[in-house]
Write a protein that binds this ligand. Structure first.
Ligand SMILES: *Cc1c(COP(=O)(O)O)cnc(C)c1O
Length: 233
C-alpha cells in the first residue's frame, strides 16, 4: 500500500473520531485533499484510494494537473476546489475548470466568476473567505462585512453561495484553536438569520482539524497529513 493511501486511511480515522467526539452524524464532514505542489501521480494515488475532492492554490499548476489526470484517466470523475488567492484577470479558467471556489473575498471577483461560468456547467459553488483572525497579511473579507457581501453574491445567477471559509492564525491547543472556528460558525449563523440558505463551513487543516470539527466544519482541507511535507520550488 502506498504511503498516500496509508495517510488517507489515518486521516479518515482521525476525522471519524473527531466527528464522533463532536456528536455529529458520520457523513457530515467532507474531506478535501489539498494537493498543491504535488503532481498528477499523487492525485491519482489518492483517487485510487477512494478520494474524489481535491483542493488547489496555484492556478497554472492546477490547470496542468487537472489536464494531466484527465488525459491519463478520462473516466475518473474528480471534484476540483480552488482555495488560493484569486487575481481578477485570472477568473475565467477558474470558472471553467473548477467545481468550487473557497477564496472569494470581494464582489468584483464573484461577478467575474458568475459572468464567466459556462452555460453548460452547474452553477459554481462559492465560499466567502473571511479574515477571521484579523491579520493584516491575510486575504479575506472582514467579519463585519460578511453578511452584506454574502447578500450581494447570493444574487449572482451562475454562482451558488454555499458558505464561509477561513484560515485562522496558527495557535497551539484545542481550546485556543476552537475560538476562531467558533467565530466563523457564528458568522454563518448570522448569514442564515439574514435569510441566506448556506450549508458549508470550510475550516480545519492538518493542524486544527479536531477543533474545526467540534465547531461545525463541513469541509476540512487537509494537505500535509495526506501528501507529506510540501517543498516549494
Ligand atoms: C495549503 C492549504 C491547506 C492545507 O494545509 P495543511 O496544513 O497542509 O493541511 C488548507 N487550506 C488552504 C487554504 C491551504 O492553502
Amino acid at each position: 500500500m502506498s504511503s498516500i493511501s496509508q495517510n488517507l486511511q489515518a486521516v479518515r480515522a482521525r476525522l471519524a473520531t473527531a466527528v464522533q467526539a463532536a456528536n455529529r452524524p458520520a457523513e457530515s464532514v467532507q474531506l478535501l485533499a489539498v494537493s498543491k505542489t504535488f503532481g498528477p501521480d499523487a492525485v491519482r494515488e489518492a483517487a485510487a484510494a477512494g478520494q474524489r475532492a481535491f483542493g488547489e492554490n496555484y492556478l497554472q499548476e492546477a490547470l496542468d494537473k487537472i489536464a494531466a489526470v484527465r488525459t491519463a484517466q478520462p473516466e475518473l470523475l474528480l471534484e476540483w476546489h480552488f482555495i488560493g488567492p484569486i487575481q481578477s484577470n485570472k477568473t475565467r479558467p477558474i470558472a471553467e475548470h473548477f467545481d468550487w471556489v473557497h477564496s472569494v473575498d470581494r464582489l468584483k471577483i464573484a461577478q467575474r466568476l458568475s459572468d464567466q461560468r459556462p452555460e453548460g456547467m452547474a452553477p459554481l459553488s462559492i465560499c466567502l473567505q473571511v479574515n477571521i483572525s484579523g491579520e493584516d497579511s491575510k486575504s479575506g473579507v472582514a467579519p463585519h462585512e460578511v453578511v452584506a457581501l454574502a447578500r450581494e453574491i447570493a444574487q449572482l445567477p451562475r454562482l451558488r453561495l454555499r458558505g464561509l471559509m477561513a484560515i485562522p492564525e496558527p495557535v497551539e491547543g484545542l481550546e485556543q484553536q476552537r475560538v476562531p472556528h467558533r467565530r466563523l460558525r457564528e458568522l454563518l449563523d448570522e448569514c442564515r438569520a439574514a435569510g441566506l440558505a448556506l450549508d458549508t463551513l470550510s475550516m480545519g487543516m492538518s493542524a486544527d482539524l479536531d477543533a474545526a470539527v467540534l465547531e461545525g466544519a463541513t469541509i476540512v482541507r487537509i494537505g500535509t497529513a495526506i501528501f507529506g511535507q510540501r517543498h516549494y520550488a
